[in-house]
Design a protein around this ligand. Sequence first.
Ligand code: MRU
Length: 347
Amino acid sequence: MRTVYWHQQHVRMIDQRRIPWELALVDLYDVAAVAESIRDMTVRGAPAIGATAAFGMALAAQNSSAQTVQALLAELATAADLLKASRPTAVNLAWAADKLMAIAQNGNFSTPDEIRNALLQAAQQIADEDVEINQRMGKIGATLIHENDTVLHHCNTGALATVDYGTALGVIRAAFEQGKKFHVLLDETRPRLQGARLSAWELEQLNIPYDIIPDTAAGFYMRRGEIKLALVGADRIAANGDFANKIGTYQVAVLAKENGIPFYTVAPTSTVDLSLASGDDIPIEERDKSEVLAPFGGAIAPAHFNARNPAFDVTPANYLSGIITENGIVRPPFDVNLRRAVMGEQV
Ligand code: MRU
């Protein structure tokens, strides 16, 4: 089942807030509801929110009663702004909303219906291509996993974080489908527990052997020599290879380097933002302190206690062994090779 898809003239998605306890679907009938589903993390993961934004734009076009191309374009610009404001860090969101806006603006359409059809087709294409790209990255990255390895993974980068299949978890899945025997350690990924709830749920279904570990245990297993490879996703990669990903990624990277363990991020080229020179320019979302003080409603401290809750951190490129993309594994110098991969060259 896909994480998000077009269903009978509206958007349907898996409610990721309820996994692993229940597989529930949510139906969204207007663009405001789509933006809210991104903000409240009903859907999350960079490629998944990119595809959701694309379907949100298509939905805004379908719902509009605009009679002229100009009127529809004005409504779509408002819809794109609303979607882009829902979460700031993952560039896939703005990438998809801007891409659909550009199609609407530049397609030389003479009627609003032509735009409606074009946007729905473009959103479907983004969703279909996401699955294809993930499968391609999976095959490329699987070469890095060897028999009897233990692989550390942070957050959730699987089918749920994408339209289907996954990025870093897609690499793990591809290696398993090739018949390799290995073990996965899943960082639980506080405070929203994407590792313990979502990645573990996915590996359960795929029968891939895993253990959830507290985030604080990654260094312990690395120093004991148990971990052979660390794989993570990315929400935005700057031109120099610095990248933002789920909070805690930076400490995994530093620990991996300290212990001589290869550390890779796996991301489609739509996650690369060549307009940013370095990771210092990536906007980092800060979420409500209640997610720290009472994760999923279970209070661990009184609600009036102080807390901070950055959702992402930035890992400098020098910690990366490589960036696994659909166009190959990008190696240093990242400022040169990343650009080549984004331009479609096989690297
Ligand atoms: O806050 P989230 O759950 O949306 O964060 C997700 C991540 O950080 C993932 O690692 C990233 O989006 C890549 S997912 C293929």
